[in-house]
Ligand binder design. Structure first.
Ligand code: Q46
Ligand code: ZN
Ligand code: ZN
Length: 305
């Protein structure tokens, strides 16, 4: 039987790659301290910042919100209702329950009111749903945060997400994306600062934190997630991790600490979209283009059109 490294009680968690075992209480303590260290290491934000946490109802984002709350940061949540049937309904309910239980402020933005639901857009857009869904979430998250005076947007991206993205960007030597892959993206030209305080935690570690902290999260995956190439990359990295624990953390953190700075910083000039005013690289932003496409489809399906 493994014993907690801190108190010697029966351990409930063994972290292979850190070679460390914890009881419930000391795992939570270890997790919170590591979140705080990550925030400080990358100078993500301070107690004076007003944070907006992107909440999906899953283990990562709710663990993040819970940790920030316990660490006494000022953090409200934003749930973007994507309108993906039962999955979105369950997720919204989980977020509401979470916020109510802790007396936290949750904002809900309805994508249907802004443009259309993800399944509706999928009917007019050939790209994989995750490609435009990611774009829409970034756009509305940033717009909402800026309009409501939030200084930082925090997302629950974990080590599995980040190492899989890194793997994919290395496979295609996408230098532009590699240069942007960092736990903090500073504010600029209408863009609010973005931070990822959970980059050093695996999905499993976040699930453990959620479970041991009594967080009711939605386990169901979004139906569009299936088939995404990131899932294949995650599988490959998990096989490597199984054989050599610590591979994901080493791969990602060595990139951040040893390689990222060598890529240099290429300034991307942003300008306001001529239709909505949000920052973009082209005349009209991608969300306005998508809106136009969706509107055309709606008009063409009206009787006598
Ligand atoms: S919600 Fe949207 Fe994800 Fe669903 S469509 Fe893809 S990006 S998988 S996090
Ligand atoms: Zn203990
Ligand atoms: Zn626009």
């Amino acid at each position: 039987m493994k014993r907690c490294y801190k108190c010697g009680q029966k351990a409930v968690v063994f972290l292979k790659h850190h070679r460390i075992a914890f009881c419930r209480e000391h795992y939570i303590e270890w997790y919170l301290r590591r979140v705080e260290q990550t925030i400080k290491e990358f100078r993500m934000f301070g107690k004076e910042d007003k944070l907006l946490v992107a909440i999906s109802g899953g283990k990562d984002s709710l663990s993040l919100w819970d940790a920030l709350y316990r660490l006494s940061y000022s953090a409200d949540g934003l749930y973007i209702n994507l309108g993906i049937g039962e999955y979105s309904q369950k997720s919204l309910q989980a977020c509401k329950n979470f916020a109510d239980k802790r007396g936290l402020k949750l904002h809900v933005l309805d994508l249907q009111k802004e443009i259309a639901t993800i399944p509706q857009i999928k009917e007019v857009e050939k790209r994989p749903a995750c490609s435009f869904c990611g774009q829409l979430k970034r756009y509305y998250m940033n717009r909402f945060a800026r309009m409501h005076g939030y200084t930082v947007i925090a997302t629950g991206h974990n080590l599995d997400d980040e190492s899989a993205t890194l793997f994919s960007n290395v496979l295609s030597w996408n230098i532009e994306y590699l240069a942007r892959q960092y736990p903090v993206l500073p504010e600029s030209d209408g863009l609010v600062r973005k931070v990822k305080p959970l980059v050093k935690f695996t999905e499993k570690e976040n699930a453990l934190y959620a479970f041991l902290s009594g967080i009711d999260y939605v386990e169901e995956e979004c139906p569009f997630a299936e088939g995404a190439s990131s899932i294949e990359h995650k599988k490959i990295l998990s096989q490597l991790e199984e054989k050599s624990p610590g591979t994901k953390l080493r791969f990602y953190m060595d990139f951040i600490r040893k390689f990222h700075a060598l890529l240099g910083h290429k300034e991307v000039r942003l300008r306001p979209c001529s239709l909505c005013g949000e920052p973009t690289v082209s005349e009209v932003c991608s969300v306005c283009k998508l809106k136009e496409k969706t509107n055309l489809k709606t008009l063409s399906s009206l009787p006598n059109s």
